[in-house]
Structure formats: structure tokens, C-alpha cells
Design a protein around this ligand. Structure first.
Ligand code: PEP
Ligand code: MN
Length: 681
């Protein structure tokens, strides 16, 4: 009976799936018609505003239909990305008849099937609607020679990795060989530990992988006792070896796809030192392609400077003078001529653009060698990135003119000269400092919203909070992993385990993450996973900790100590700046006064004072000041009106069950109301 019922339900599911796929196909047909209208070179390819509105609208539609709005928006991002790629492919084919005629493409890559290069090839050519034949080669040279000799149409050449840096061999081969670049691809590299089956980590005794992959996982591998790590030809072959040798104490570092391909088990995911681990590939072909002017395009070239003073600066100035944004500059020794260099440059621009033609002409005059590798659709520039659901603008109705627009007058400056801080002072830097974290700018005109639970308690709790805040338009996800609790018997946080959860959830919902760091010795490890380091109120004058966060290249959010004056706070910021890290922003979170109705007294007058004395951005945390969720909305509005660059609040799916700061946590509906209240209607 139950079997019959299940069978009937499955049949209904099959019907629904068929309808979903048919609807998608119908949508793609309409997209193709829209694209044909856009074949006139004046019609813009992309309307970002429309995409943002569409994402917000489908999320709303989803909510009305009883679905999770975040989930619907994520699905639609994929749909939009695919239709954009398809439109771009159609345009490139229009301009390149030979390419359009290809029904099958042979793509060369280094390694074996299942290696990251193979995944990159599949990713790159999937929108081309051609039969894809991938051929693995032992070396970069062999695969590039195959393209030159006509044995392959394209080669996927890895050129840089966000953890390990530039791949020198690839650059040197581009200089020597006659090849054109016709594309680029970004491949996420998510290393996993792959074994024959489930087992405790400490029983792994031998690990194989490609040296590049091992170099990207040194932290994790270093933590395994009694385990030998050995370099092997490539990641996928390492998995094959583990399978073939059938020794349960052996494991490999490789992609989840490689594990699946060889039927092995993923013992642990995400073992790379840095969570944002990507490899950029360039696609090499025998001949260059023409790229429609409306597609965001990059051009790559190689040059050698003349033996003249200031030669390199002159070359770079040529690009600046022609308003071409350089995205990469790399130097390599010039073969056969010691102490001379070849420079590799990528810039946003298209060789068909008159501006670029003029720049290349000027560049030729200032160089002793100039080789243009080609123009190709860009994947890394902002214009090529997917849209985000449109968030209502936060109103800053009563905000005063920023201090930066009215330079402090002379007596204010004279008083500032005597303060115990210099780098933090407006005296040294008049303009407001802005801090960029991914797509988020802290300290710009648009206020930022940081939201999430006080503590990371579990993956489920954090995921529920993260989806809710992302859906409502928060910019940054917070979550404490190391908690500075007044009582040693209170929940102290999940530590590094919590940080892994925070990093994973942040990546899953697409939000940068901030977490507090308590110990100087933890700073480096926390900085590897967190986008922003928080220094809590209780640690504002922990000078050893301030010096340590001053050494890393991560933005720091410095909360005000509950007994600290504004000048003591700025002097604490100075400790971080003085060590080299200039990415500091402040967070007012309430100070101790005689008042006991609120947990602390939110000192909003600190906002204009801070903005007069320092160029560092300042945000306000009304939650730790109020101690209850009930006054958070009015105090958030007041903070923004006073000129704060943003707010930070605590959000928990079930505040009554929170392990810390439950009373001040907003449940998701209340966070939505807060966002509504601070937004322009
Ligand atoms: C927190 O942000 O959860 C926190 C501990 O804040 P504070 O350091 O301001 O008390
Ligand atoms: Mn808290």
C-alpha cells in the first residue's frame, strides 16, 4: 500500500520536473529572441538593474508561494548566469564564423580525467553547445604543441592560483610559443582528503597529491601526526593510485569529482589553507578571435622595456592615459638576457577598440618587444559577475554632511595635533577611508549591515540565521566562535570548529564573514578563514592582540571598550595601524554608565566626534548596548542618522534557545522589520 502511494507520488514528481525543465527551455527560447534583437551593436547586452529587480521579484514570488525566497533567488542567479553566457557565446560566434561552424571541439589539458584542469575545460565549454572531447597530456608544453600542430583546438593553461600565486612555466611558454588567448576560466579548487572508505583521520599514514595541491593544504596536513605526504603526478592520478593499491591507510588530496570518478570516499572537505582557493586558466588557440564590443573583455600582452630611465613607468602610464584598467602585471626573467625582464599585462579592453589600438601603438614605441596575445571575454571583472537581488536603499535621511566634505577647521586640527594618535588622525589623512571586503565597501555612502548570531552554535542554527539575513539584504555575516564570557561556566564558543562552519556557511550564502579573535596566537589561523577580524570590547586595550592583528592583511573591526574614552579607542586603533594594517574600522557598542535600564549606554555622540577626529569608518552595534531586541530599531535609525557607516545586530532563528545573548537577538521576522524600518519606502 505504502509502496503504491510512494510510486504515485514519484510519478507526480516526474511530471512536475518535466514541467520545470520545459519552462526553463521556454525561457531560454525567449532569451534567444531577446538576443537576436540585441544583435544590433547599440543594444546593451546586459541590464544589471533589471537583473537585480528580477531576483528580488522572484524571491518575493517564492515567499508568497510558501517557498524560501533565498533558495529561489539562488536558483535564478544560475538561470541568469547561464542565459548571459549563452548570449555571449552566440555573439562571439556571429563574429567568428569558423568558430560557429565547429560541431566538435578537442580540448587539451594537463593531467588525467577528473583533474582540476579537466573540470575547468568542462566548465568553460559547457555553454558552447558543441561536442566536447577532452585530451589529457603529461606536460603544459605537450598540450600547447598539440594546439599548434592542430591535434587539439584549444588548451586549458593554468596561469595563477589565488593561494599559490603565478604559475611560472605557463608564462614562460606563452612567451616562447606562437599562440593566441581566446578565453579565460575561473575554477574553484576545493581540496578534499579522499580515502578508500570512512575511517578516523589519525589512521591515515600516507597521502599523495600534486605538489601544488599539497602546497595549498600545508596547515591541515601539518596537523596530522605520523603521516607521510608524497608528491604525485596529478590529483586525479593520486586518487587512482589509492584505489589501485587498496591500502586503507593511504589517502589522496583531490577534488570531490575525482573521488566520485574513482568511486572513493571523501574523508574531509575544504582542507586548503585559504577558503577562497581558485585557479585562473587561460584558453589558448592557434588563432585569435574577435569579441563583440559589448562583452566585458580582457586583453593580454607581453612586453620588454627599452634600456631607458623610467621605461616601465612609461609603459604603464600609456595604459592609464588611455583609461585602460590593468588587472594583472607579472614579470619574468627574459630568456637568454640576465637581469632583463618580460612583463605580462592583462587589462580590461578589446583590441578592436580604437582606444586600445592607440594605446598599443604608443606602447610599441616605448618597448623593445611587444606581443599581443589576444582579447577574450573576461570572467573576473566586476561587469562579468552575477547580479544580486536588489536591496532597498537604507535611508540616511537626517545624516549630517560627512566630516570629509567639510575639512575640520584650524582649531580642531590644532587640537588633533596633540592627540596620542597620528595615523588614525584626520591630520594625517583628510579623506574618509574606505575598506573593501569582496563586493562590500565599509565607509562609503551606502551604509552596511552586519548581522548573524552572537555565537556559532551549530551548522543548522547558523545556516538558518545566514539565509534569513542574506535574504533581507545584509552585507556581512557575523558569528562568534571564540566567546569572551564573563563567567567561565558559560558557553565559550565552538572555537576553530565553529570557524569552519562559519566559513562554509558564509561561502554557501555568498556573504563575507566577521568573527572575534581572542588570543594573539590565534590571529594568523583565524585570518586565514575570516574576512574581517573582530576585536571585542573586553580586548580593546589588549595591546599584544592589537599588535598581532596589525601584522595581518585582514580588515579589523575594533569595538569600543566599555570603559574607554574616544581618544583611548583611537589610540588603540593606532596600535593596529602602526604595525602596518591600515584596514581598521570602529564599532560603538555602548559604554558603562550609572544607567541600568539598558545593558550599556549607547554613546551615539561618539559617531560625529569620531568622524571629526579620524578618517576610519565607524559602525554602531545597538544590540550589545540595549541588551534587548526591543530598542534595536529606533537606535539603528538614530545611529544612521548620526552618520554611522553601518550597523551590526544579532539574529538568531530561535532567540529563546540561544547559548549567548538571546534576549538581544532578533528573530528573522524582526530582522526583516528592522531592514524595512531603516530602508527608504
Ligand atoms: C559580540 O559582538 O558578540 C561581543 C562579544 O561584543 P562586545 O565585545 O561588544 O561585548
Ligand atoms: Mn553578543
Amino acid at each position: 500500500m505504502a509502496d503504491q502511494k510512494l510510486g504515485a507520488l514519484r510519478d507526480r514528481l516526474d511530471e512536475v520536473d518535466q514541467k520545470v525543465v520545459e519552462a526553463l527551455a521556454e525561457r531560454m527560447k525567449v532569451v534567444a529572441e531577446v538576443a537576436s534583437l540585441k544583435s544590433s551593436p547599440q543594444a546593451p547586452l546586459r541590464d544589471m538593474g533589471r537583473e537585480e529587480e528580477l531576483l528580488a521579484r522572484v524571491a518575493q514570488l517564492g515567499r508568497s508561494a510558501g517557498l524560501d525566497g533565498f533558495f529561489v533567488a539562488e536558483l535564478y542567479k544560475k538561470v541568469l548566469e547561464h542565459s548571459l553566457r549563452t548570449q555571449q557565446e552566440a555573439l562571439v560566434n556571429q563574429d567568428n564564423p569558423e568558430r560557429a561552424a565547429q560541431e566538435q571541439v578537442v580540448v587539451a589539458f594537463q593531467g588525467t580525467h577528473g583533474a582540476y584542469s579537466h573540470l575547468a575545460a568542462i566548465r568553460h565549454f559547457s555553454a558552447r553547445n558543441v561536442e566536447l572531447v577532452c585530451k589529457g597530456y603529461n606536460t603544459f608544453r605537450q598540450m600547447l604543441e598539440a594546439v599548434q600542430a592542430g591535434g587539439a583546438d584549444y588548451a586549458m593553461l593554468p596561469i595563477e592560483n589565488t593561494t599559490a600565486g603565478s604559475i611560472n612555466d605557463a608564462y614562460d611558454l606563452l612567451a616562447r610559443m606562437e599562440l593566441a588567448l581566446v578565453g579565460e576560466e575561473i575554477q574553484p579548487v576545493d581540496h578534499c582528503l579522499v580515502s578508500l572508505g570512512p575511517m578516523p583521520l589519525h589512521e591515515v599514514k600516507r597521502i599523495f597529491s600534486h605538489p601544488q595541491a599539497l602546497a595549498q593544504c600545508t596547515e591541515f596536513l601539518g596537523g596530522l601526526a605520523d603521516c607521510k605526504v608524497e608528491a604525485f603526478t596529478d590529483t586525479a592520478m593520486a586518487v587512482r593510485r589509492v584505489r589501485d593499491e587498496q591500502d586503507p591507510t593511504q589517502a589522496a588530496v583531490a577534488s570531490a569529482e575525482a573521488a566520485k570518478r574513482f568511486g572513493l570516499h571523501i574523508l574531509k572537505r575544504g582542507i586548503a589553507n585559504q577558503k577562497a582557493n581558485y585557479t585562473r586558466f587561460v584558453v589558448a588557440a592557434a588563432k585569435p578571435i574577435a569579441v563583440d564590443a559589448r562583452i566585458p573583455t580582457k586583453t593580454s600582452l607581453i612586453f620588454a622595456t627599452r634600456h631607458e630611465d623610467g621605461a616601465l613607468v612609461r609603459c604603464i602610464n600609456v595604459l592609464a592615459e588611455h583609461h585602460l584598467n590593468m588587472t594583472k602585471l607579472e614579470s619574468r626573467p627574459r630568456p637568454g638576457t640576465p637581469w632583463e625582464y618580460l612583463f605580462y599585462v592583462d587589462f580590461e579592453g578589446n583590441v578592436a577598440d580604437p582606444q586600445v589600438v592607440a594605446a598599443l601603438r604608443a606602447l610599441a614605441a616605448s618597448t623593445s618587444l611587444l606581443k599581443v596575445l589576444g582579447s577574450y571575454p573576461a570572467r573576473t571583472v566586476a561587469k562579468a559577475k552575477p547580479a544580486q537581488p536588489k536591496r532597498a536603499e537604507i535611508s540616511v535621511v537626517a545624516s549630517p554632511a560627512p566630516a570629509s566634505q567639510k575639512a575640520p577647521d584650524d582649531d580642531v586640527l590644532a587640537a588633533l595635533e596633540k592627540k596620542p594618535y597620528r595615523l588614525a588622525s584626520r591630520v594625517g589623512r583628510a579623506e574618509d577611508s574606505k575598506i573593501t571586503v569582496g563586493n562590500v565597501v565599509i565607509g562609503g555612502d551606502r551604509p552596511v549591515v552586519i548581522a548573524g548570531p552572537c555565537s556559532v552554535e551549530s551548522r543548522e542554527q547558523l545556516m538558518a540565521a545566514a539565509r534569513a539575513v542574506k535574504e533581507q539584504g545584509a552585507d556581512i555575516l557575523r558569528g562568534g566562535c571564540f566567546k569572551p564570557r564573563t563567567s567561565p561556566y558559560s558557553f565559550q564558543g565552538l572555537g576553530f570548529e565553529g570557524l569552519d562552519i562559519l566559513a562554509e556557511v558564509g561561502a554557501a550564502v555568498g556573504l563575507p564573514i566577521v568573527t572575534e579573535v581572542l588570543h594573539p596566537s590565534d590571529v594568523e589561523a583565524v585570518a586565514r578563514k575570516a574576512d574581517i577580524l573582530q576585536i571585542g570590547a573586553r580586548n580593546m586595550q589588549n595591546f599584544a592582540l592589537l599588535k598581532e592583528v596589525g601584522k595581518v592583511d585582514r580588515p579589523v573591526m575594533l569595538k569600543r571598550g566599555m570603559m574607554a574614552s574616544i581618544d583611548e579607542w583611537l589610540a588603540a586603533a593606532e596600535y593596529i595601524l602602526a604595525r602596518g594594517n591600515q584596514q581598521v574600522f570602529l564599532c560603538e557598542r555602548g559604554i558603562r554608565t550609572f544607567e541600568t535600564a539598558t545593558r550599556n549606554t549607547l554613546d551615539l555622540s561618539a559617531v560625529p566626534v569620531v568622524r571629526e577626529r579620524t578618517h576610519l569608518p565607524i559602525i554602531v552595534d545597538p544590540a550589545h548596548a540595549c541588551g534587548t531586541w526591543r530598542w534595536i530599531t529606533p537606535m539603528s535609525r538614530a545611529a544612521l542618522a548620526a552618520g554611522a557607516h553601518g550597523i551590526m545586530v544579532e539574529v538568531h532563528p530561535k532567540p529563546e534557545e540561544a547559548l549567548s545573548d538571546g534576549p538581544q537577538a532578533l528573530r528573522p521576522e524582526r530582522f526583516a522589520q528592522l531592514m524595512e524600518a531603516i530602508s527608504q519606502s
